[in-house]
Design a protein. Structure first.
Lengths: 195, 195, 195, 195
DNA sequence: CCTTAAGCGAGACGGTACGTCCAGTCTTTTA
DNA sequence: TAAAAGACTGGACGTACCGTCTCGCTTAAGG
């Protein structure tokens, strides 16, 4: 095992170039068709430098995504749960239809054979989003806008799963304008019965 | 290009051994960690024979799945749409939790970087299932049990997407006993408003 | 450990091209400056093929030499020991001043840090030459032309060592016309004392 | 090109540690198996410091040898040429059988592919020894103990070459007790013919 | 005393080659 | 004539050093 490198001496420029090249190449050629060597060449960086800071292509790609998305994608709270969900999910759909989305798709592909990557995706992406969404839904439940007998986690999955399904298995990408209907159908089943 | 081989002279035994080894190895080691060479060795078959009959690991794995699942998984029609959906989806969940599921997961992973495989999965697996489900839902719509203003395709996705989401991104596999609730929440939003 | 390859199926053409490229490149660039990758590229052969048949650059280079020199370099026997030695050693000097000599030098260099190569050189080159020379000298001893109290092995080294010394440590290569004097000085000390 | 470093400010301690580590590591692992990085680590010195003062591993190793051997190894002059040669060469053999010898062997190996090192070895080691030996032999010639028609340079090579030959190509190291015979055979051919 | 300029350790960097592995093609032999 | 066996080219893998570089730290000299 090599001694852990010292992050303080890390070259910011190499880091930047590597992360950028990662996203650019994966967006162009597809996750599995991109090699670490190609990333190194495109970034003008040596392979050793990449391996010094990232243990695998998966970790590198995930890092690249997280860095781009930041801690963004917070849920608004206007009181109108349908509108708020729609606003936030529209942003998500925008991301998924961008280069980031292509990288994300590839990463989920990788995760099917590399459990470590699956765990890392959950930890740094999925869980954060899920919890934020659950929080917003919980407020709606408290406000009497949603049923109390459905766990918010189940609600989240009902809303989010179709996005992933379309991205991973569909031909046509999910368009932002499809969101209101989709959300509507879900909420219809999640509202308290008036009787 | 070599002349297309004559399927009539094909060795049934080699085919069997190859398909079986494919599923066994992928179930054990994960899709991406299995090489064609390993499959050939495990099946006691030569690499050339595999390449003669399948253009890629993806096509081979897909073939192996289809052969196991057959044209099964038809939807029953007892008149009770919730019960019928639950019965069929229980079978699907059973498959996804078996070796077949592992191969299917890996295949969807592959599809993220190999569009041909994505198309092949849709053609031979997804579309058939979707259409069968749509047909059963259409009957329920006609019987006045479901709303007429929601496309059956959208209904199908609401039901099926969470299964895939859990399989591809979850830690805990979806258990059969979770199905009734899941289906219930969906149908609650899909039933005609009584007023 | 990979299964031993089957020599009968070996590609004669790849073997030829590899051995030729080895000698050519080493003669041009010097032993240590030649990489296996460069040999592979120059020979139009893949690295894997080289590693399949030779365990290291040293073994490859030694093979290349042996193949060129063959079992040649036998000692003549005209009855005149001085003339016979001179004739044979002239041939040796010719070889050492050719491409083969450059490879041989490099190989001896390698042997200084890689005992396996040293042993292989001795086994396939040095010992054969030494024994042939000893045999010729033994005849001269039996014929009363050389002292009986000096081991033939010591005689061989007295004759052969200066060639190596000049090759490995000298600036000016040893010229064929220097041989008669060199041999003469040695034999002067090795003839029976007439008194 | 960086400005030449100022030797007056050089750290004597770093120099010592580097030279010692060089000999120790090469004696243990063999010349070619020792990296500059390993020397730096073993000496507790940074790579840059080594590169600041020595242009290559070869120059470093040669420096290490010279520093150990000093200007020693002068030829005695008791009047008995055989005894004097034997005395001095015994010392040489002692050195060659020590750690220094291992380094020297490796260095000669390096010289086969790096002409600069060959020249440096000749300049700082071989030539000095040769000249000293020639000087002693010249005295013997003048004293009528050796032939006048053989260049002293040729005499030196006859004596010295077998030592190198054994060191570079032999299995068994040359033992000190072998020296008298070896020298005897040579001198037998180099003495004036009494008739 | 205080600054400055060098040598120094540490170690990150762009490269190059390593020896291994597998993809996908091809040839030879067996049934 | 399909299939088994397996050698072949090609190319990426992840590792190890190369020789260069930039960083702070120490240390001695000169103002």
């Amino acid at each position: 095992m090599p001694p852990a490198p010292n992050p303080e001496r890390r070259s910011a420029q190499s880091r930047r170039a590597t992360l950028d090249a990662t996203i650019e190449l994966i967006a162009r050629d597809g996750y599995a068709n991109v090699t670490i060597e190609a990333i190194a060449a495109a970034a003008g960086v040596s392979k050793a430098t990449i391996y010094r800071w990232w243990p695998s292509k998966g970790h590198l790609a995930l890092d690249a995504i997280n860095e781009r998305v930041g801690q963004a994608l917070d849920f608004p709270d206007t009181g109108d749960i349908a509108a708020d969900l729609c606003a936030q999910m529209t942003e998500v759909v925008g991301l998924l239809n961008s280069d980031i989305g292509t990288v994300y798709r590839g990463l989920i592909g990788e995760a099917q054979s590399t459990p470590v990557i699956g765990a890392a995706i959950r930890e740094s992406v999925v869980d954060a989003q899920t919890e934020a969404c659950q929080a917003r839904l919980a407020k709606a439940v408290a406000a009497g806008q949603l049923r109390t007998d459905v766990p918010t986690r189940a609600m989240v999955e009902m809303l989010i799963a179709p996005l992933h399904y379309r991205m991973l298995l569909g031909t046509d990408v999910l368009r932002p304008q499809d969101l209101p209907d989709l959300i509507g159908y879900c909420l219809d089943g999640l509202r308290p019965t008036s009787g």
